[in-house]
Ligand binder design. Structure first.
Ligand SMILES: Nc1nc2c(ncn2[C@@H]2O[C@H](COP(=O)(O)OP(=O)(O)OP(=O)(O)O)[C@@H](O)[C@H]2O)c(=O)[nH]1
Length: 536
């Protein structure tokens, strides 16, 4: 897998990860918002149930005291209210209507005792309370959990007070079953007080304050006072008027209903607020996740493109250097990033490589003593030139010269001075040769000069010029030094070796002829005079 493919795969994984994170975030939001929506739904169902319970509580109370004709009409009116409230509730609990109709019929026939009727009403109300409990405790992850619990206690307070209202109402009407009524009242009173205490623990300060506000006033005080007196005296008040009791107890129950409605309103508001906050935080979360994800993707793409481009450029230059062996090429290193650093470091390596190659080339092609071209380099250039001459058939000549009696110089002045003489001679000749000529040391005290475009006669003239220059020059430490020259011109069918051999032979002839001479062995006659000889 290439680096490009790996980066592409990494990008795909990163983008998939971003979408996965978004999906998980959305799923969590969905679960949470569904739970809150369920609370909102349940609260509106509880509102209807609470309304129905309130009407049913009132009907129970009125049924308990319904022995005077004056109440019959009011009870009939209340029955209509109860039925209307029950019509507003849905689900299984709606079947409660049938049980209620049956109860009303039984109550009308007078076959069951008023206390049993009261209990039957309370059982129906318990079903409503159970349903409200179920709705307020669902779902588990819902918001306003404590508010719901407080609400449940408040409902219980109201239900107990409703039962107290009905029980005492029954007694004021019938004045019988004292001990049963008293027991009931004590039990209900302590239940109510217990539920009120629990409500105080769970309710929000706002709701507690509302209860304090609403559950007060003359009627509420009178109701509570009546109950307190019964508890203190341990007997029922003989003077309590049924209508007076009904009125004040109903005000107290109605006040609790106001608080109950307010509690549900608060819960609903809280849930709706939570939902709104959840939605806006979800929107913000999605925007932030997408924003960050997008920024990361853009940055990753631009960084990757820049990286791959820089790598391509560096790779292209490296491949070109490897293919061309041209160590003068440099990689573009204009960026301040890591790629730029790598390129600059690579360029530094190229600098070193170039320098080492130059040094190697110099050492391989240069004579270390005299600094002129060595035999290897000379042979290479001669080979190249010979190749060219074979194609162009143009003139070329080789001059070979050797220091005369060099052994004597060494022997007389020492080897070091001999070296200095060779250096001085090489230097002298180097300054004299033309740019087209190629000069080198053949070995020992022997030098060669390639005259690229000269024929034999021109080469002999050049050799004579050099001979004269050397002979007339003062060489440090030793004074005058002479050299013997052999000249050979390129001929058709020549090889490098045959040309060198002829120049060497001519040089030998110069030595044999007395030294400090220029000799050509190719039958040239025109310029052969003085120290220039044309040997056969
Ligand atoms: N100092 C020094 N001497 C060298 C070098 N190379 C060769 N020689 C000496 O050059 C001398 C060449 O001697 P010969 O071949 O007898 O030639 P010659 O004395 O010049 O005599 P002819 O060539 O006949 O004139 C030898 O003594 C070599 O040791 C060098 O690099 N430095």
């Amino acid at each position: 897998m290439t680096l490009r493919q790996k980066i592409l795969l990494l990008g795909l994984v990163a983008v998939s990860g971003m979408f996965l994170a978004l999906w998980l975030q959305y799923k969590a939001y969905l679960t949470q918002s569904q739970a809150i929506e369920a609370v909102v739904r349940n609260v509106s169902a509880v509102v209807a149930l609470s309304h129905a319970a309130h009407e049913l509580q009132r009907e129970r109370g009125m049924t308990a005291i319904n022995h005077s004709k004056t109440n019959a009409q009011a009870l009939a009116e209340q029955v209509r209210h109860t039925d209307a409230a029950l019509a507003g509730i849905r689900g299984d609990i709606a079947s409660l209507g049938m049980a209620l109709t049956q109860l009303r019929t039984e109550a009308a026939t007078g076959r069951i005792t008023p206390l049993a009727i009261l209990d039957s009403y309370s059982k129906l109300l318990q079903r409503l309370a159970d349903e409200m409990d179920r709705l307020t405790s669902e779902p588990e992850a819902a918001v306003a959990k404590t508010d719901m619990v407080a609400h449940t206690h408040l409902m219980a307070v109201k239900e107990n007070l409703g039962q107290i209202r009905a029980t005492l109402g029954y007694w004021t009407e019938h004045k019988s079953d004292d001990s049963v009524v008293l027991n009931r009242l004590f039990r209900l009173k302590s239940l109510q007080e217990e539920e009120l205490r629990k409500f105080g623990l769970d309710a929000s300060p706002e709701l507690r304050e509302r209860l304090a506000q609403e559950f007060s006033g003359l009627e509420v005080a009178q109701t509570l006072e009546t109950l307190a007196q019964i508890a203190a005296a341990g007997k029922l008040p003989q003077t309590l008027d049924v209508q007076a009791w009904w009125s004040m107890a109903t005000v107290a129950v109605d006040r609790l209903k106001v608080v109950e409605d307010y509690s549900l309103e608060l819960i609903e508001k809280k849930a709706e607020l939570e939902l709104t906050q959840l939605r806006s935080s979800m929107r913000l979360g999605v925007i932030i996740t997408l924003g960050i994800g997008l920024a990361v993707v853009i940055m990753a793409i631009s960084a990757t493109v820049a990286l791959l481009r820089a790598l391509d450029r560096a790779l292209g230059s490296m491949e070109l250097i490897a293919a061309s062996q041209d160590f003068q090429i440099r990689i573009p290193a204009d960026t301040p990033d890591e790629i730029g650093r790598i390129s600059r470091s690579f360029n530094q390596l190229l600098d070193i490589a170039e320098r080492l190659l130059k040094e190697k080339d110099y050492l391989a092609t240069t004579d270390p003593l005299t600094g002129v071209n060595n035999r290897l380099r000379f042979a290479k250039v001669l080979g190249d030139e010979a190749e060219r001459k074979r194609r162009t058939n143009t003139p070329m000549a080789l001059v070979m010269f050797d220091v005369d009696h060099f052994k004597r110089i060494n022997d007389t002045y020492g080897h070091n001075v001999g070296d200095e003489v060779l250096k001085a001679l090489a230097n002298l000749v180097s300054t004299e040769v033309r740019v087209t000529d190629f000069f080198g040391r053949w070995g020992g005290e022997e030098f060669v000069l390639l005259l690229r475009d000269d024929d034999c006669e021109a080469a002999m003239a050049a050799a004579e010029k050099l001979r004269n220059l050397i002979a007339s020059s003062d060489i440090p430490s030793v004074g005058k030094v002479t050299c013997s020259f052999g000249v050979a011109a390129w001929m058709l069918g020549d090889t490098e070796a045959s040309l060198v051999a002829r120049a060497d032979k001519a040089l030998y002839e110069s030595k044999k002829g007395g030294r400090n001479l220029v000799t050509c062995t190719q039958g040239v006659t025109g310029n052969c005079h003085g120290r220039v000889r044309c040997a056969q």
